[in-house]
Each structure stands twice: as structure tokens, then as C-alpha cells.
Design a protein around this ligand. Sequence first.
Ligand code: DQA
Length: 147
Amino acid sequence: MKIIVINGPNLQLLGSRKPEIYGSETLESIQKHLEAVAKELKVDIGFFQSNSEGEIVDLVGSSQKDGVTGIVINPAAYTHTSVAIHDALESAGTPAIEVHISNIYKREEFRRKSLTASACVGQIAGLGTDGYEWALRALVNHLKKQK
Ligand code: DQA
């Protein structure tokens, strides 16, 4: 199994960006932790962060061709705006789980709607950066059941 973890705009700033909301862990340390979890689960893992909607669309769109079996994605602000990422997830045919560090349903009105979640297997929100680990574990369980 090959899993990719995609992080959208501004998530490269984790650690210093609004720690009261997103915590103090950096993206690098989240990735290190996920590498250890992936090793335990015996799956390959890759990481990608972009501030550009088109790059995320391209990556999701080429996932099948690239041999990717599952996607963990935090589309960040694009969650609330991107029909293009929704459509890419829907067309790619690669199962995805959406992650949000914060509970988007408890925040500003404009964050309470996800355009991308309906193209995913499920969504994890509000569990802090631990949510990435739960998403990875849930995705691997889901993929095993599909086999
Ligand atoms: C976020 C929530 C989004 O509303 C926000 O734009 C982000 C991060 C989260 O992980 O909680 O950048 O996706």
C-alpha cells in the first residue's frame, strides 16, 4: 500500500501559526510521527504540502497513475472553496480521508462547510494534530477491507 499525505495552504507554518488553535507541533514533526506509524502498519508513505490549488489537483489527479492506494488530505482553506479539489478527489478513484486539526464546525461560519469532504471516505476534525495518525490508521483499515 502506498499512502500520500497532502497538506494545503499555510500548513507549512504549523508550529508558529495560531498555536492556540493548531497546537505547537510542526509539519516536519507530524511527518516524522506518521513515518513511524506507517512503518508499524507496513505501508509506504509520502508527503506533499502546497499553497497552490492547481498543484493539489494535479497530485490527486495523477494518484492512480503514480500507484497511490490512499490519500490523507488536509485541504486547509481550500476545504471551504475548492470545487476543483472536490472534483479531483471524486474523479481520482483513490480513497481519501480528510483531516482538520481544529473542529471546523465550532469556528467561524465560513469554515463550517467542507466542499471536499463529500468526495472522501470520511473526515476527522478537532482532534488536533493526532487526527493525522487516526486518519492514516482509518484509511489503512478501510483499504484492507476493500481488498
Ligand atoms: C484547517 C481548518 C481550515 O479552516 C483552515 O483554513 C486551515 C486549517 C485545520 O486543519 O483545522 O488552514 O484545515
